[in-house]
Structure formats: C-alpha cells, structure tokens
Design a protein around this ligand. Structure first.
Ligand SMILES: NC(=O)C1=CN([C@@H]2O[C@H](COP(=O)(O)OP(=O)(O)OC[C@H]3O[C@@H](n4cnc5c(N)ncnc54)[C@H](OP(=O)(O)O)[C@@H]3O)[C@@H](O)[C@H]2O)C=CC1
Ligand SMILES: O=C1OC[C@@H](O)[C@H](O)[C@H]1O
Length: 415
C-alpha cells in the first residue's frame, strides 16, 4: 500500500515538482533545434527544476510552429531557422532532438558555433559518423565545448544500483527488450524514414545495445543473428528486431525491440545471468564448515530500465551451493535468496549525490550535463567511446540483418 502511495506521489510530482526554483544570475541558456515531441520531457520540464538552466529559444522549420511551441512552453524566443539558434551569442547550449539522420550535421554545426551540445540518441547514423563526430578536433581544442549523447537512462540511480549487482566478467547471458505500444507512432513517423536514419534498431536498439555493452563491459565481437520485420513505409526500416551477439569471453547477449507492440508488452526489461562462481561466505553473510567452499549463481532482472522514475523493480536471485573443496560433483547444501530493490535517489544507493524521487532520467542527466559544462566533477557520463560502441553494435546488427547500415551524412565542416 505504501508502495502504491509513493508511486502515485512520485508520478504526480514528476508533472508538478514541488517548490519554486530560483535561477542563478547567469544561468546556461539552451536553444532547441526543432519543435520536437520529446523536448518537453527531455529538457523543458527538467530545466524548470534546475537553478542553472533556462530554455531560451526554440527553432522550427516553420516560424509559426516555433512561435506557438515557444508560447506553449514559456520559451523566450522563437527562431525561424536552426542556424539562427547557433548564431545567437546569448545561447550557451544546444539540445538536438532532430531525426537521427540529422544529428551528425547539426551537432557539428553547433560545436563549430562554440555551443555545448546535448544530442538525442542515437547520436549518429553509424560508426563512420561516430568516429568523425566524436574524434573531431573541435572536441579536443582548448576550452572545447561539451558533447553528450542523451542516453538518459544511464543517469538514473536505478541504473547505478543495477550495475553494482552485475559483475561484467562473470556474465554468461543477458537479454534486453523494449517495446513501444502500437498506438504510439504513425506509420510515416521519422522512425520509419530511411532518409532520416529510421529503424527500430536505431530508435530502440540505442537503448538495448548500450545496455548490453555496459553489462558485458565490452562491445560484442560479433552479431551472430539479427532478424527484423519491416515497417510499412519503407522496407529498409525495421519495425522490429531480434538480435543475438557474442561477447569477448563467450557471453551471449540478446536484444529485442518493437515499435508497434501488442498491448501485453509494456515494460522494457533486462535479464542477466551470471555463471557459477566461488564466493566468500561473507558475501552471503553465512558461516561455513572448514574444508568447504561456496558457489553462487546470480540472476538479475531490471524491470522498466528505460523510464525507471515512474516505477521500476530490480530483482536479484542468488542460488548458493556449499561443496567440499575440490569436489565439484557433490553439493552438500543449496539454497536461494531473493532481494527486490528500488533506487529513486542516489541516497537509495548509499551515495551522496543530488536528486529527488521525482527526478526523471532526463533531470538526472541535465544535472550532470550542467556540471560538466561548469567544469565540475561529473559522476555519470556517456563517453565518446560509449557512443561509438553503441554505433558499432547497431552497425553489426544492421549488417547481419541484411538491411545495411544507415547512410553516412555528406555534410562536412568547412575548414
Ligand atoms: N530521449 C528520449 O526518451 C527520446 C528520444 N527521442 C529522440 O529524439 C529525436 C526526435 O524524436 P521525436 O521528438 O519523437 O520526433 P519529432 O518528430 O517529434 O521531432 C523531430 C523534429 O525534427 C525536426 N525535423 C527536421 N527535419 C525534419 C524532417 N525532414 N522530417 C521530420 N522532422 C524534421 C522537426 O522539427 P521542426 O519543428 O523544425 O519541424 C521535428 O520537430 C530522435 O532522435 C529520437 O530518437 C525520441 C523520443 C524519446
Ligand atoms: O527514445 C525513445 O524512447 C521511448 C520510445 O517511446 C521512443 O520511440 C524512443 O525514441
């Protein structure tokens, strides 16, 4: 009952955060490229509770659309073009929620304009673009701007907690699944447009692939199978994928995503199985007779890993075996233990870090982005290597599926 009350309160406060936030004297001013559906959740709402952030401008291809969007969301300026945002010296940071196929070009343009960039996932169309973007000399110059792929779920304390329960070198298998309900997207959505970097692997695979890389602590060696089903708009864009990977050391990773899923599949989740390993009795908080050793096989399930702020659940199932040392056949005793864990703040993980139960993944991410821009130490981050690894995983799956890579942008910065 208390759990239900907490959930209702948290979900209400996500939409109606308590208290009034006083902004700093010179907050970071953000401009948004595109009047995108995701921006209210991903930036506009989180900015309201961040004292050092103001969403200052939005640009749309149609000025009227930018104006009504700005009015609806209390944004000071509506710009007629994306370039107008980049040319405005008042703007410090740019959020890019454009279709995937435009991320590379507009991220480069924004970095060249000296703006810090929060770039929607997946950061780019493929590994070739990832290398050109994340290795660009603009990012290694003195006082280089910040570039972050908005893989928001990695910033939530539930993910941090989940990773403390995983030992990447001992993972035998893992499966990550994510679904979008069938009513959510139109058949000609940007996710079904090849020219815009569409495809379920691009859209949902960005989550499942990056999750697998973190869980195994490495990018896969090979994608051994990738079955897809096409969307109706363009057969080159997958509506559904099921991919299987082999990781260094032989671990098996699977991922599935569906952009038009039936109603019974609403919770994105991850299942991880570790192999049986010898553990110290302290780990299980038990004492064992002399001449014996303990083995543990751990399974971890993370329900609702992508949007954990609304509700999530991490379940750890440990199976223990007590054996005589050196006797691999005889089990003297076996037992199981289950823990169910939730972490809505870093306090729940035992760490001292800012946050409130009603902070979404996006709000936690914004906190770190601002800290990085302000030159403070960040606690969670998506590194250039992380972004490149996600692109490598997606490229492997697209190649294996036969659909081929998403095309590389022809845009290049003038020297
Ligand atoms: N972090 C998250 O949880 C989520 C992230 N995303 C990511 O955000 C990005 C945008 O997704 P979403 O907000 O759902 O998409 P929308 O279609 O709502 O927004 C995309 C924006 O791109 C602009 N645009 C520019 N060129 C084109 C073009 N040729 N065709 C269509 N639109 C164009 C449009 O801007 P204009 O206003 O100028 O017309 C539009 O507002 C994607 O990269 C997606 O992966 C999406 C959903 C959730
Ligand atoms: O990033 C995303 O997360 C959730 C999905 O609804 C959406 O398609 C995707 O773009």
């Amino acid at each position: 009952m208390a759990g239900l009350f907490d959930m209702a309160k948290r979900n209400w406060q996500i939409r109606n955060p308590p208290g009034v936030v006083t902004k700093t004297a010179e907050p970071l001013r953000f401009g948004i490229l595109g009047a995108a559906d995701i921006a209210p959740n991903a930036l506009i709402s989180p900015a309201k509770t961040h004292p050092d952030v103001v969403v200052y401008a939005v640009a749309a291809r149609d000025r009227g659309k930018a104006q009504s969007y700005a009015q609806k969301h209390g944004i000071t300026e509506a710009k007629a073009t994306y370039q107008d945002v980049l040319d405005d010296p008042m703007i410090d940071c740019v959020y890019i929620p454009l279709p995937n196929g435009l991320h590379f070009e507009w991220a480069l343009r924004a970095l060249q304009a000296g703006k810090h960039v929060l770039l929607e996932k997946p950061s780019v169309n493929n590994t070739e673009e990832a290398k050109m973007l994340f290795h660009h000399k603009l990012l290694s110059a003195p006082k280089a701007p910040v570039l972050l792929e908005a893989a928001h779920y990695l910033f939530h304390p539930a993910w941090t907690k989940f990773m403390t329960l995983i030992t990447p070198s001992e993972v035998e298998s893992a499966k990550a699944v994510i679904w979008v309900p069938m009513w959510q997207l139109s058949t000609d959505d940007i996710r079904y447009r090849y020219d815009l970097g569409g495809g379920a692997l691009m859209d949902l695979g960005a989550y499942t692939a990056s999750a697998l890389v973190h869980i195994f602590g490495a990018v896969a060696e090979e994608c051994e199978e990738c079955v897809t089903e096409p969307g109706s708009f363009d057969a080159r864009c997958d509506r559904l994928y099921r991919a299987k990977y082999i990781f260094p050391g032989g671990g098996r990773g699977e991922m599935e995503g569906d952009l038009s899923a039936p109603l019974d599949r609403l919770s994105p989740d991850i299942h991880v199985s570790h192999r049986s390993v010898s553990v110290s009795p302290d780990v299980a908080g038990v004492q064992i007779p002399e001449g014996h050793e303990m083995y543990r096989t751990r399974k971890v399930k993370f329900g609702t890993f992508v949007q954990p702020a609304y509700m999530h659940s991490i379940t750890v199932d440990d199976s223990y075996e007590l054996r005589l040392i050196g006797d691999t056949s005889g089990i003297v005793k076996s037992w199981t233990e289950r823990q169910t864990i939730k972490a809505y703040t870093f306090r729940d993980t035992g760490a001292e870090q800012a946050g409130e139960p009603y902070w979404t993944t996006y709000r936690y991410m914004l906190e770190q982005f601002v800290d990085e821009v302000r030159g403070k130490t960040v606690k969670q981050w998506v590194t250039a290597e992380d972004s490149m690894n996600t692109a490598r995983m997606l490229d492997m799956a697209y190649t294996r599926s036969g659909l081929g890579l998403r095309k590389t942008s022809e845009y290049r910065l003038k020297a």
